[in-house]
Ligand binder design. Structure first.
Ligand SMILES: CC(C)(COP(=O)(O)OP(=O)(O)OC[C@H]1O[C@@H](n2cnc3c(N)ncnc32)[C@H](O)[C@@H]1OP(=O)(O)O)[C@@H](O)C(=O)NCCC(=O)NCCS
Length: 496
Protein backbone atom coordinates (compact mmCIF):
# COMPACT_ATOMS: atom_id res chain seq x y z
CA UNK A 1 0.00 0.00 0.00
CA UNK A 2 1.07 3.55 -0.42
CA UNK A 3 2.73 5.51 -3.20
CA UNK A 4 3.69 3.38 -6.19
CA UNK A 5 6.83 2.44 -7.99
CA UNK A 6 6.12 1.24 -11.57
CA UNK A 7 7.52 -2.23 -10.81
CA UNK A 8 4.86 -2.81 -8.20
CA UNK A 9 2.10 -2.51 -10.74
CA UNK A 10 3.28 -5.08 -13.24
CA UNK A 11 1.53 -8.40 -12.85
CA UNK A 12 0.06 -7.27 -9.58
CA UNK A 13 -3.44 -8.34 -10.58
CA UNK A 14 -5.05 -8.40 -7.18
CA UNK A 15 -4.81 -4.70 -6.68
CA UNK A 16 -6.10 -1.36 -7.85
CA UNK A 17 -3.85 1.31 -9.24
CA UNK A 18 -5.21 4.65 -8.21
CA UNK A 19 -3.99 7.91 -9.67
CA UNK A 20 -4.63 10.99 -7.60
CA UNK A 21 -5.21 13.63 -10.24
CA UNK A 22 -4.60 16.35 -7.68
CA UNK A 23 -0.97 15.31 -7.29
CA UNK A 24 -0.30 12.92 -10.18
CA UNK A 25 0.82 10.29 -7.67
CA UNK A 26 -0.11 6.66 -8.09
CA UNK A 27 -1.03 4.25 -5.32
CA UNK A 28 -1.54 0.52 -5.14
CA UNK A 29 -4.52 -0.67 -3.17
CA UNK A 30 -4.70 -4.41 -2.50
CA UNK A 31 -7.82 -6.36 -3.45
CA UNK A 32 -8.72 -9.26 -1.22
CA UNK A 33 -11.93 -11.27 -1.70
CA UNK A 34 -13.03 -8.67 -4.18
CA UNK A 35 -12.85 -5.89 -1.61
CA UNK A 36 -10.46 -3.07 -0.87
CA UNK A 37 -9.51 -1.77 2.58
CA UNK A 38 -10.94 1.71 3.13
CA UNK A 39 -7.94 2.57 5.31
CA UNK A 40 -5.64 2.24 2.26
CA UNK A 41 -7.15 5.45 0.96
CA UNK A 42 -6.00 7.30 4.04
CA UNK A 43 -2.50 7.21 2.54
CA UNK A 44 -3.71 9.33 -0.39
CA UNK A 45 -2.94 12.87 0.72
CA UNK A 46 -2.79 16.17 -1.12
CA UNK A 47 -2.05 19.77 -0.26
CA UNK A 48 -5.16 21.77 0.57
CA UNK A 49 -6.71 22.98 -2.70
CA UNK A 50 -8.24 26.44 -3.27
CA UNK A 51 -11.79 25.11 -2.77
CA UNK A 52 -10.98 22.89 0.24
CA UNK A 53 -12.01 23.90 3.71
CA UNK A 54 -9.84 23.12 6.77
CA UNK A 55 -12.60 20.75 7.86
CA UNK A 56 -12.08 18.65 4.71
CA UNK A 57 -8.77 17.53 6.22
CA UNK A 58 -7.28 17.14 2.74
CA UNK A 59 -3.74 16.80 4.03
CA UNK A 60 -4.74 14.03 6.45
CA UNK A 61 -5.76 11.56 3.77
CA UNK A 62 -8.77 10.59 1.65
CA UNK A 63 -11.97 9.47 3.34
CA UNK A 64 -14.53 6.99 2.00
CA UNK A 65 -18.05 8.37 1.85
CA UNK A 66 -20.87 5.80 1.96
CA UNK A 67 -24.08 7.18 3.41
CA UNK A 68 -26.38 4.33 4.40
CA UNK A 69 -23.68 1.65 3.92
CA UNK A 70 -24.60 1.06 0.27
CA UNK A 71 -21.30 -0.62 -0.55
CA UNK A 72 -19.34 -1.00 2.66
CA UNK A 73 -18.53 -4.40 4.13
CA UNK A 74 -18.26 -3.86 7.89
CA UNK A 75 -17.28 -7.40 8.87
CA UNK A 76 -15.91 -10.67 7.59
CA UNK A 77 -18.55 -13.23 8.42
CA UNK A 78 -19.02 -16.99 8.16
CA UNK A 79 -22.70 -16.95 9.06
CA UNK A 80 -25.13 -16.09 6.26
CA UNK A 81 -24.73 -15.67 2.52
CA UNK A 82 -27.17 -13.84 0.26
CA UNK A 83 -26.94 -13.59 -3.54
CA UNK A 84 -29.56 -10.95 -4.20
CA UNK A 85 -29.49 -11.33 -7.98
CA UNK A 86 -29.97 -15.08 -7.93
CA UNK A 87 -32.40 -15.12 -4.96
CA UNK A 88 -30.09 -17.26 -2.80
CA UNK A 89 -30.06 -17.35 1.01
CA UNK A 90 -27.85 -19.78 2.92
CA UNK A 91 -27.17 -20.22 6.63
CA UNK A 92 -23.61 -21.50 7.11
CA UNK A 93 -23.72 -22.81 3.54
CA UNK A 94 -27.06 -24.63 3.83
CA UNK A 95 -29.81 -23.37 1.46
CA UNK A 96 -32.76 -21.84 3.33
CA UNK A 97 -35.16 -24.08 1.38
CA UNK A 98 -33.52 -27.23 2.82
CA UNK A 99 -33.52 -25.86 6.35
CA UNK A 100 -37.18 -24.80 6.14
CA UNK A 101 -38.11 -28.23 4.82
CA UNK A 102 -35.96 -30.46 7.02
CA UNK A 103 -34.64 -28.57 10.04
CA UNK A 104 -36.38 -26.93 12.98
CA UNK A 105 -35.84 -23.53 14.55
CA UNK A 106 -33.58 -24.51 17.43
CA UNK A 107 -31.46 -26.74 15.21
CA UNK A 108 -31.07 -23.85 12.73
CA UNK A 109 -30.25 -21.58 15.68
CA UNK A 110 -27.47 -23.97 16.74
CA UNK A 111 -26.22 -23.98 13.16
CA UNK A 112 -26.20 -20.18 12.89
CA UNK A 113 -24.49 -19.64 16.24
CA UNK A 114 -22.00 -22.51 16.37
CA UNK A 115 -21.37 -23.09 12.66
CA UNK A 116 -22.41 -26.70 12.04
CA UNK A 117 -25.47 -28.90 12.36
CA UNK A 118 -25.59 -30.53 15.81
CA UNK A 119 -25.39 -34.24 16.57
CA UNK A 120 -28.42 -35.73 18.34
CA UNK A 121 -26.78 -35.25 21.75
CA UNK A 122 -25.55 -31.76 20.98
CA UNK A 123 -29.02 -30.80 19.83
CA UNK A 124 -30.82 -32.17 22.86
CA UNK A 125 -28.36 -30.47 25.25
CA UNK A 126 -28.84 -27.17 23.43
CA UNK A 127 -32.62 -27.52 23.31
CA UNK A 128 -32.76 -28.40 27.02
CA UNK A 129 -30.59 -25.44 27.96
CA UNK A 130 -32.64 -22.98 25.90
CA UNK A 131 -35.99 -24.24 27.16
CA UNK A 132 -34.72 -24.49 30.74
CA UNK A 133 -33.77 -20.83 30.61
CA UNK A 134 -37.25 -19.75 29.49
CA UNK A 135 -38.51 -19.13 33.02
CA UNK A 136 -38.57 -15.47 34.05
CA UNK A 137 -37.98 -14.08 37.51
CA UNK A 138 -41.17 -13.57 39.50
CA UNK A 139 -40.70 -9.82 39.80
CA UNK A 140 -40.75 -9.45 36.00
CA UNK A 141 -44.54 -9.55 36.38
CA UNK A 142 -44.32 -6.20 38.19
CA UNK A 143 -42.09 -4.83 35.44
CA UNK A 144 -44.62 -5.63 32.70
CA UNK A 145 -47.53 -4.39 34.78
CA UNK A 146 -45.79 -1.04 35.20
CA UNK A 147 -46.43 -0.19 31.54
CA UNK A 148 -49.42 1.89 30.48
CA UNK A 149 -52.50 -0.12 29.48
CA UNK A 150 -51.97 0.64 25.78
CA UNK A 151 -48.18 0.24 25.61
CA UNK A 152 -46.85 -1.08 22.29
CA UNK A 153 -45.44 -4.60 22.76
CA UNK A 154 -42.18 -3.58 21.09
CA UNK A 155 -41.68 -0.82 23.66
CA UNK A 156 -42.13 -3.48 26.35
CA UNK A 157 -39.84 -6.01 24.68
CA UNK A 158 -37.07 -3.51 24.02
CA UNK A 159 -37.12 -2.37 27.63
CA UNK A 160 -37.47 -5.94 28.87
CA UNK A 161 -34.13 -6.96 27.39
CA UNK A 162 -32.32 -4.07 29.07
CA UNK A 163 -34.16 -4.92 32.28
CA UNK A 164 -33.19 -8.59 31.97
CA UNK A 165 -29.51 -7.67 31.79
CA UNK A 166 -29.76 -6.10 35.23
CA UNK A 167 -30.15 -9.56 36.77
CA UNK A 168 -26.82 -10.92 35.63
CA UNK A 169 -23.83 -9.12 37.05
CA UNK A 170 -21.60 -11.97 35.88
CA UNK A 171 -22.64 -11.25 32.27
CA UNK A 172 -21.63 -7.62 32.31
CA UNK A 173 -18.17 -6.60 31.04
CA UNK A 174 -18.70 -3.12 32.52
CA UNK A 175 -18.74 -4.73 35.96
CA UNK A 176 -16.65 -7.87 35.52
CA UNK A 177 -13.88 -6.72 33.20
CA UNK A 178 -13.88 -5.78 29.55
CA UNK A 179 -12.31 -9.05 28.35
CA UNK A 180 -15.17 -11.07 29.89
CA UNK A 181 -16.20 -12.47 26.49
CA UNK A 182 -13.24 -11.67 24.25
CA UNK A 183 -11.04 -13.98 26.37
CA UNK A 184 -13.04 -16.74 24.70
CA UNK A 185 -11.15 -16.06 21.45
CA UNK A 186 -8.05 -17.47 23.14
CA UNK A 187 -9.93 -20.59 24.21
CA UNK A 188 -10.72 -19.47 27.77
CA UNK A 189 -13.33 -22.06 28.73
CA UNK A 190 -14.90 -20.06 31.54
CA UNK A 191 -15.43 -17.15 29.13
CA UNK A 192 -17.01 -19.45 26.55
CA UNK A 193 -19.27 -21.04 29.18
CA UNK A 194 -20.35 -17.62 30.41
CA UNK A 195 -21.08 -16.51 26.85
CA UNK A 196 -23.11 -19.61 26.06
CA UNK A 197 -25.12 -19.24 29.23
CA UNK A 198 -26.22 -15.75 28.16
CA UNK A 199 -27.07 -17.15 24.71
CA UNK A 200 -29.32 -19.83 26.27
CA UNK A 201 -30.93 -17.21 28.47
CA UNK A 202 -31.58 -14.70 25.73
CA UNK A 203 -33.07 -17.23 23.29
CA UNK A 204 -34.94 -19.07 26.04
CA UNK A 205 -36.51 -15.93 27.43
CA UNK A 206 -37.35 -14.41 24.03
CA UNK A 207 -40.66 -16.28 23.87
CA UNK A 208 -41.38 -15.68 27.56
CA UNK A 209 -40.85 -11.91 27.35
CA UNK A 210 -42.84 -11.73 24.09
CA UNK A 211 -45.72 -13.70 25.65
CA UNK A 212 -45.67 -11.47 28.73
CA UNK A 213 -45.86 -8.36 26.53
CA UNK A 214 -48.85 -9.97 24.81
CA UNK A 215 -50.73 -11.08 27.90
CA UNK A 216 -50.31 -8.00 30.03
CA UNK A 217 -52.46 -6.04 27.61
CA UNK A 218 -55.21 -8.60 27.98
CA UNK A 219 -55.14 -8.45 31.75
CA UNK A 220 -54.22 -12.12 31.87
CA UNK A 221 -51.93 -13.90 34.30
CA UNK A 222 -48.51 -14.80 32.94
CA UNK A 223 -47.78 -18.40 32.04
CA UNK A 224 -44.69 -20.28 33.21
CA UNK A 225 -43.08 -21.87 30.13
CA UNK A 226 -44.26 -25.48 29.88
CA UNK A 227 -41.97 -28.49 29.68
CA UNK A 228 -41.99 -31.09 26.94
CA UNK A 229 -43.03 -28.78 24.10
CA UNK A 230 -41.01 -27.48 21.18
CA UNK A 231 -39.79 -23.87 21.20
CA UNK A 232 -42.62 -22.72 18.90
CA UNK A 233 -45.26 -24.76 20.75
CA UNK A 234 -44.05 -23.44 24.10
CA UNK A 235 -44.48 -19.91 22.75
CA UNK A 236 -48.04 -20.60 21.55
CA UNK A 237 -48.81 -22.26 24.89
CA UNK A 238 -47.59 -19.23 26.82
CA UNK A 239 -49.72 -16.97 24.65
CA UNK A 240 -52.91 -19.01 24.77
CA UNK A 241 -53.03 -21.12 27.91
CA UNK A 242 -55.91 -19.89 30.02
CA UNK A 243 -56.52 -21.72 33.26
CA UNK A 244 -55.22 -24.63 35.40
CA UNK A 245 -58.01 -26.80 33.99
CA UNK A 246 -56.55 -26.12 30.55
CA UNK A 247 -53.15 -27.63 31.44
CA UNK A 248 -53.37 -30.22 28.68
CA UNK A 249 -53.79 -27.59 26.01
CA UNK A 250 -51.52 -28.28 23.07
CA UNK A 251 -51.12 -25.83 20.18
CA UNK A 252 -52.32 -27.05 16.78
CA UNK A 253 -49.42 -28.98 15.18
CA UNK A 254 -49.85 -27.29 11.79
CA UNK A 255 -49.69 -23.84 13.37
CA UNK A 256 -46.76 -24.90 15.54
CA UNK A 257 -44.83 -26.08 12.48
CA UNK A 258 -45.83 -22.98 10.50
CA UNK A 259 -44.49 -20.72 13.24
CA UNK A 260 -41.35 -22.81 13.50
CA UNK A 261 -40.73 -22.39 9.75
CA UNK A 262 -41.37 -18.66 9.98
CA UNK A 263 -38.86 -18.54 12.83
CA UNK A 264 -36.26 -20.35 10.67
CA UNK A 265 -36.83 -17.91 7.80
CA UNK A 266 -36.48 -14.88 10.08
CA UNK A 267 -33.52 -16.09 12.15
CA UNK A 268 -30.85 -14.21 10.22
CA UNK A 269 -30.33 -12.05 7.17
CA UNK A 270 -26.68 -10.95 7.41
CA UNK A 271 -26.03 -7.20 7.78
CA UNK A 272 -29.58 -5.89 8.08
CA UNK A 273 -30.21 -2.75 10.14
CA UNK A 274 -30.85 -4.49 13.47
CA UNK A 275 -27.92 -6.93 13.23
CA UNK A 276 -25.66 -4.04 12.35
CA UNK A 277 -27.03 -2.16 15.35
CA UNK A 278 -26.32 -5.10 17.64
CA UNK A 279 -22.74 -5.27 16.36
CA UNK A 280 -22.23 -1.53 16.57
CA UNK A 281 -23.55 -1.53 20.13
CA UNK A 282 -21.68 -4.71 21.02
CA UNK A 283 -18.44 -3.28 19.68
CA UNK A 284 -18.18 -1.10 22.79
CA UNK A 285 -18.04 -4.44 24.67
CA UNK A 286 -21.34 -3.71 26.39
CA UNK A 287 -23.26 -6.72 27.77
CA UNK A 288 -25.30 -8.77 25.27
CA UNK A 289 -28.65 -7.82 26.88
CA UNK A 290 -28.05 -4.14 26.14
CA UNK A 291 -26.90 -5.01 22.60
CA UNK A 292 -30.07 -7.06 22.01
CA UNK A 293 -32.23 -4.22 23.38
CA UNK A 294 -30.57 -1.94 20.81
CA UNK A 295 -31.33 -4.51 18.09
CA UNK A 296 -35.00 -4.51 19.15
CA UNK A 297 -35.12 -0.74 18.86
CA UNK A 298 -33.71 -0.85 15.35
CA UNK A 299 -36.06 -3.59 14.22
CA UNK A 300 -39.09 -1.64 15.50
CA UNK A 301 -38.66 0.95 12.73
CA UNK A 302 -41.15 0.87 9.82
CA UNK A 303 -38.39 0.39 7.25
CA UNK A 304 -37.28 -2.81 8.93
CA UNK A 305 -39.67 -4.81 11.13
CA UNK A 306 -42.79 -2.88 10.25
CA UNK A 307 -43.18 -3.89 6.60
CA UNK A 308 -45.51 -6.88 7.08
CA UNK A 309 -47.85 -4.73 9.12
CA UNK A 310 -47.75 -2.15 6.31
CA UNK A 311 -48.75 -4.89 3.83
CA UNK A 312 -51.88 -5.67 5.84
CA UNK A 313 -52.82 -1.99 6.16
CA UNK A 314 -52.27 -1.62 2.39
CA UNK A 315 -54.48 -4.65 1.61
CA UNK A 316 -57.22 -3.34 3.92
CA UNK A 317 -57.05 0.03 2.17
CA UNK A 318 -57.30 -1.61 -1.27
CA UNK A 319 -60.38 -3.46 -0.05
CA UNK A 320 -61.06 -5.88 -2.92
CA UNK A 321 -59.40 -7.38 -6.03
CA UNK A 322 -61.44 -4.97 -8.18
CA UNK A 323 -59.51 -2.04 -6.77
CA UNK A 324 -56.07 -3.48 -7.54
CA UNK A 325 -55.62 -1.78 -10.97
CA UNK A 326 -56.38 1.64 -9.48
CA UNK A 327 -53.96 0.99 -6.61
CA UNK A 328 -51.17 -0.04 -8.98
CA UNK A 329 -51.80 3.02 -11.10
CA UNK A 330 -51.34 5.15 -7.95
CA UNK A 331 -48.10 3.31 -7.15
CA UNK A 332 -46.80 4.04 -10.62
CA UNK A 333 -47.67 7.71 -10.18
CA UNK A 334 -45.63 7.50 -6.94
CA UNK A 335 -48.64 8.36 -4.84
CA UNK A 336 -48.41 4.99 -3.06
CA UNK A 337 -45.84 2.30 -2.29
CA UNK A 338 -46.45 -1.37 -2.92
CA UNK A 339 -45.47 -2.72 0.50
CA UNK A 340 -44.02 -6.22 0.45
CA UNK A 341 -42.32 -5.67 -2.91
CA UNK A 342 -38.71 -4.69 -3.51
CA UNK A 343 -35.61 -5.27 -1.45
CA UNK A 344 -32.26 -3.57 -0.99
CA UNK A 345 -30.43 -6.84 -1.67
CA UNK A 346 -32.80 -9.12 -3.61
CA UNK A 347 -33.27 -8.05 -7.19
CA UNK A 348 -35.42 -11.09 -7.90
CA UNK A 349 -37.96 -12.89 -5.70
CA UNK A 350 -36.92 -13.20 -2.08
CA UNK A 351 -36.39 -17.00 -1.74
CA UNK A 352 -38.23 -16.90 1.58
CA UNK A 353 -41.38 -15.65 -0.14
CA UNK A 354 -41.91 -18.99 -1.97
CA UNK A 355 -41.57 -20.97 1.26
CA UNK A 356 -43.90 -18.62 3.07
CA UNK A 357 -46.51 -18.83 0.32
CA UNK A 358 -46.67 -22.59 0.87
CA UNK A 359 -46.86 -22.19 4.64
CA UNK A 360 -49.72 -19.72 4.16
CA UNK A 361 -51.81 -22.35 2.36
CA UNK A 362 -51.18 -24.87 5.15
CA UNK A 363 -52.19 -22.32 7.79
CA UNK A 364 -55.31 -21.22 5.91
CA UNK A 365 -56.39 -24.89 5.65
CA UNK A 366 -56.60 -24.81 9.47
CA UNK A 367 -57.68 -21.25 10.22
CA UNK A 368 -59.77 -20.57 7.14
CA UNK A 369 -58.72 -18.28 4.34
CA UNK A 370 -57.87 -14.73 5.30
CA UNK A 371 -60.40 -12.35 3.78
CA UNK A 372 -57.54 -10.28 2.37
CA UNK A 373 -56.02 -13.23 0.48
CA UNK A 374 -57.94 -12.68 -2.76
CA UNK A 375 -56.82 -9.06 -2.86
CA UNK A 376 -53.25 -10.11 -2.07
CA UNK A 377 -53.26 -12.70 -4.87
CA UNK A 378 -54.71 -10.25 -7.39
CA UNK A 379 -52.15 -7.63 -6.41
CA UNK A 380 -49.26 -10.10 -6.54
CA UNK A 381 -50.27 -11.54 -9.91
CA UNK A 382 -50.77 -8.12 -11.48
CA UNK A 383 -47.54 -6.63 -10.08
CA UNK A 384 -45.21 -9.46 -11.12
CA UNK A 385 -46.36 -9.00 -14.74
CA UNK A 386 -46.32 -5.22 -14.72
CA UNK A 387 -43.55 -3.47 -16.64
CA UNK A 388 -43.00 -0.92 -13.84
CA UNK A 389 -42.08 -3.61 -11.33
CA UNK A 390 -40.36 -5.96 -13.79
CA UNK A 391 -38.04 -3.27 -15.14
CA UNK A 392 -37.07 -2.17 -11.60
CA UNK A 393 -36.58 -5.77 -10.48
CA UNK A 394 -39.19 -5.33 -7.76
CA UNK A 395 -40.41 -8.75 -6.66
CA UNK A 396 -42.31 -9.99 -3.59
CA UNK A 397 -40.31 -10.10 -0.39
CA UNK A 398 -40.84 -12.14 2.78
CA UNK A 399 -43.21 -9.57 4.22
CA UNK A 400 -45.75 -9.82 1.42
CA UNK A 401 -47.18 -13.08 2.81
CA UNK A 402 -46.00 -13.27 6.43
CA UNK A 403 -48.50 -10.70 7.72
CA UNK A 404 -51.39 -12.66 6.22
CA UNK A 405 -50.26 -15.76 8.09
CA UNK A 406 -49.92 -13.90 11.39
CA UNK A 407 -53.33 -12.33 10.89
CA UNK A 408 -54.91 -15.68 10.10
CA UNK A 409 -53.35 -17.06 13.28
CA UNK A 410 -55.03 -14.28 15.24
CA UNK A 411 -52.07 -12.06 16.09
CA UNK A 412 -52.78 -8.34 16.45
CA UNK A 413 -51.02 -6.11 13.91
CA UNK A 414 -48.76 -4.43 16.44
CA UNK A 415 -47.47 -7.83 17.57
CA UNK A 416 -45.95 -8.60 14.13
CA UNK A 417 -42.55 -7.01 14.89
CA UNK A 418 -42.39 -9.02 18.12
CA UNK A 419 -42.83 -12.19 16.05
CA UNK A 420 -39.82 -11.01 14.05
CA UNK A 421 -37.66 -10.25 17.10
CA UNK A 422 -38.12 -13.67 18.73
CA UNK A 423 -36.28 -15.57 15.98
CA UNK A 424 -33.98 -12.69 14.97
CA UNK A 425 -32.44 -12.73 18.45
CA UNK A 426 -30.62 -15.84 17.18
CA UNK A 427 -29.02 -14.02 14.25
CA UNK A 428 -28.03 -11.13 16.51
CA UNK A 429 -26.36 -13.52 18.95
CA UNK A 430 -24.60 -15.42 16.16
CA UNK A 431 -23.10 -12.15 14.92
CA UNK A 432 -22.31 -10.90 18.42
CA UNK A 433 -20.57 -14.18 19.34
CA UNK A 434 -18.60 -14.20 16.10
CA UNK A 435 -17.44 -10.66 16.85
CA UNK A 436 -16.48 -11.38 20.47
CA UNK A 437 -14.51 -14.44 19.38
CA UNK A 438 -12.73 -12.70 16.53
CA UNK A 439 -9.04 -13.71 16.59
CA UNK A 440 -8.07 -10.09 15.82
CA UNK A 441 -9.95 -8.78 18.86
CA UNK A 442 -12.85 -6.35 18.80
CA UNK A 443 -12.44 -2.85 17.40
CA UNK A 444 -15.02 -0.31 18.45
CA UNK A 445 -17.20 0.69 15.49
CA UNK A 446 -16.47 4.34 15.16
CA UNK A 447 -17.27 5.56 11.63
CA UNK A 448 -16.11 8.85 10.20
CA UNK A 449 -18.15 11.77 8.92
CA UNK A 450 -17.76 14.46 6.30
CA UNK A 451 -18.19 17.68 8.25
CA UNK A 452 -20.12 20.23 6.20
CA UNK A 453 -21.17 22.55 9.04
CA UNK A 454 -20.05 26.03 10.02
CA UNK A 455 -16.37 26.87 10.04
CA UNK A 456 -14.84 28.18 13.26
CA UNK A 457 -16.77 31.23 14.54
CA UNK A 458 -16.65 33.28 17.71
CA UNK A 459 -19.26 33.28 20.45
CA UNK A 460 -21.70 36.22 20.23
CA UNK A 461 -23.17 37.67 23.46
CA UNK A 462 -26.96 37.35 23.56
CA UNK A 463 -27.70 41.06 23.13
CA UNK A 464 -25.56 41.25 20.00
CA UNK A 465 -27.14 38.28 18.19
CA UNK A 466 -29.32 38.34 15.08
CA UNK A 467 -31.94 35.66 15.87
CA UNK A 468 -32.01 32.74 13.44
CA UNK A 469 -35.59 31.61 12.95
CA UNK A 470 -37.69 29.42 10.68
CA UNK A 471 -38.63 25.77 10.17
CA UNK A 472 -35.82 23.41 11.21
CA UNK A 473 -33.67 26.42 12.20
CA UNK A 474 -35.16 26.93 15.64
CA UNK A 475 -37.28 24.89 18.10
CA UNK A 476 -40.94 24.44 17.10
CA UNK A 477 -43.69 26.07 19.11
CA UNK A 478 -45.82 23.24 20.49
CA UNK A 479 -49.36 23.62 21.84
CA UNK A 480 -49.28 22.97 25.56
CA UNK A 481 -52.52 23.29 27.45
CA UNK A 482 -51.36 21.70 30.70
CA UNK A 483 -54.71 19.97 31.07
CA UNK A 484 -56.11 16.56 30.16
CA UNK A 485 -57.39 15.89 26.65
CA UNK A 486 -61.01 16.05 27.81
CA UNK A 487 -60.55 19.41 29.58
CA UNK A 488 -58.70 20.60 26.52
CA UNK A 489 -61.79 19.92 24.39
CA UNK A 490 -64.16 21.77 26.72
CA UNK A 491 -61.99 24.54 28.13
CA UNK A 492 -59.48 25.40 25.43
CA UNK A 493 -60.98 24.42 22.09
CA UNK A 494 -64.33 26.07 22.91
CA UNK A 495 -62.55 29.41 23.33
CA UNK A 496 -60.76 29.18 19.99
C1 LIG B 1 -37.19 -2.42 0.50
C2 LIG B 1 -36.91 -1.05 -0.11
C3 LIG B 1 -36.80 -0.02 1.04
C4 LIG B 1 -35.60 -1.12 -0.89
O1 LIG B 1 -35.25 0.15 -1.27
P1 LIG B 1 -34.00 0.48 -2.21
O2 LIG B 1 -33.07 -0.66 -2.31
O3 LIG B 1 -33.43 1.76 -1.72
O4 LIG B 1 -34.68 0.59 -3.64
P2 LIG B 1 -34.91 1.91 -4.45
O5 LIG B 1 -35.64 2.89 -3.59
O6 LIG B 1 -33.59 2.32 -5.02
O7 LIG B 1 -35.89 1.44 -5.61
C5 LIG B 1 -35.57 1.41 -6.99
C6 LIG B 1 -36.77 1.91 -7.78
O8 LIG B 1 -37.93 1.10 -7.50
C7 LIG B 1 -38.96 1.89 -6.89
N1 LIG B 1 -39.52 1.10 -5.80
C8 LIG B 1 -38.81 0.35 -4.91
N2 LIG B 1 -39.65 -0.31 -4.10
C9 LIG B 1 -40.89 0.03 -4.48
C10 LIG B 1 -42.17 -0.34 -4.02
N3 LIG B 1 -42.32 -1.21 -3.02
N4 LIG B 1 -43.25 0.18 -4.63
C11 LIG B 1 -43.10 1.04 -5.65
N5 LIG B 1 -41.91 1.43 -6.15
C12 LIG B 1 -40.82 0.93 -5.57
C13 LIG B 1 -38.27 3.15 -6.40
O9 LIG B 1 -39.20 4.23 -6.36
C14 LIG B 1 -37.22 3.33 -7.44
O10 LIG B 1 -37.82 3.83 -8.60
P3 LIG B 1 -37.02 4.86 -9.56
O11 LIG B 1 -35.74 4.16 -9.94
O12 LIG B 1 -37.94 5.10 -10.71
O13 LIG B 1 -36.78 6.08 -8.72
C15 LIG B 1 -38.04 -0.64 -1.08
O14 LIG B 1 -38.12 -1.58 -2.12
C16 LIG B 1 -39.38 -0.51 -0.38
O15 LIG B 1 -39.70 0.54 0.18
N6 LIG B 1 -40.24 -1.60 -0.41
C17 LIG B 1 -41.51 -1.58 0.29
C18 LIG B 1 -41.31 -1.81 1.77
C19 LIG B 1 -40.96 -3.26 2.10
O16 LIG B 1 -41.60 -4.19 1.61
N7 LIG B 1 -39.95 -3.44 2.95
C20 LIG B 1 -39.55 -4.75 3.42
C21 LIG B 1 -38.23 -5.15 2.91
S1 LIG B 1 -37.89 -6.81 3.44
Amino acid sequence: MGQNTPAQKIGDVNSLTVTDNRTGKQYTVPISRNSIPATAFKAIKAPKGPKDRDEDETEKGLRISDKGFLNTAVIESRITYIDGDAGVLRYRGYPIEQLAEQSNFLESAYLLIYGSLPSKTQYSTFENEVLLHGVMHADAAGFFRAFRYDAHPMAMLTSAYAYLGSYYREANPSLEGQALYTKGAKGDEAALRNMDKQIYRIIGKATTLAAMAYRVRQGREFVTPPTGLSYAASFLYQLDHLSPSDANYRPHPVLERALDILFILHADHEMNASSTTVLQTGSSLVDPYSAVAAGCASLYGPLHGGANEAVIRMLISIGSPDNVPAFLAAVKKREKVLSGFGHRVYKTSDPRSFIIRKVADEVFAVTGKDELLDTAMALHDAAIKDEYFVSRKLAPNVDFWSGLIYRAMGFPLDFFPVLFVVPRVVGWLAHWRQMMLSPDGVKIWRPRQIYVGAEKRDYVPVDAREPVDGPMMSPSVVPHSGVTKRRNISEIKSKL
